[in-house]
Design a protein around this ligand. Sequence first.
Ligand SMILES: Cc1cc2nc3c(=O)[nH]c(=O)nc-3n(C[C@H](O)[C@H](O)[C@H](O)COP(=O)(O)O)c2cc1C
Length: 318
Amino acid sequence: MKLPEFKSKAFLAPMAGITDPAFRQLCSESGAGLVVTELTSVHAIIAKHKEFEKGTGKITDFIEFSEKERPVSVQLFGNEIDKVVAAAKIVEPYFDIIDFNMGCPAPHITSQMAGAALLQKPDHVEKLFSKLVSSVNKPITLKTRIGVNESNCYLWKPISKIAENCGVSMITLHSRTIKQGYSGKSDWKMIKELRATVNEQISVVGNGDIKTPEDAKRMLEETGCNYVMIGRGAMGNPHIFGQINSHLRTGSWNKEDATEKKKTFLKYLELSKEYKTITFASKRTQAMQFTKGIVGGSELRVKISKAKNEEELKEYFE
Ligand SMILES: Cc1cc2nc3c(=O)[nH]c(=O)nc-3n(C[C@H](O)[C@H](O)[C@H](O)COP(=O)(O)O)c2cc1C
């Protein structure tokens, strides 16, 4: 199915605890071509939906988003085909893309045979994608890792062919193994191989270790991927999307200064008031991220760690 138009080649990666709707809006306004919600359990979606059916709420009170983020993708994780399809049907009316997670290495997810554990279950994945793609009217995309460990690092290959045959529209490859977690280097050669493996109609998104606009350009050039996805490089740094766009367009970009960074965090605080799912603890986590690279950042972090409310956070950044 046709993907929406993307205004940029740089996408924001889904990150649990980080990519809340206020943060996604900042990234989108900076120039991210696509933003993705954090991974959400299909069981949780189904349970919330049932609860809301009895009352007055709706599923978007549970997975909050705003029109200003569009295009926005919702990421699901799960294993049971019927449950994945049921959850996808619930969220389908609200989101532009439905992304399926096969990359999460966290034991509480892989022990349910979900996330990256599914890399080892190609037959099940084939049944899942074929049912999922034919059941909803939104593009289905896949985010995956390369494999389990160094000696088993080509699991992405059969999985990508399955995704292609089932009609998946886009594949994001985080080019690390489950064993690597988030450390070590990501292997960009795998992204190049993925681009050569699936047909041109399927968009390939390269992910892993993009920290600067130069990295983004290099990944696009070295691998031939259609888009790049930025995770940790965007934490506390939504400016990176505008900078990547500028670098790709003109060959140069300007680094944001500390004042700009502080202003962006204050805007985050303002936007976050609109969302009841953004807790004070997560605002404090975001605040910590925005102090990275600022002169006096370590003193600021000590204060933030003791902050008791939003007013205090605001005061420190002002
Ligand atoms: C704090 C954190 C939370 C993450 N949560 C998710 C998630 O919900 N879904 C997902 O597919 N990947 C998740 N990831 C993985 C990222 O989307 C990305 O694939 C990974 O960080 C590699 O990209 P990077 O090197 O640009 O950070 C998470 C990563 C981090 C650091």
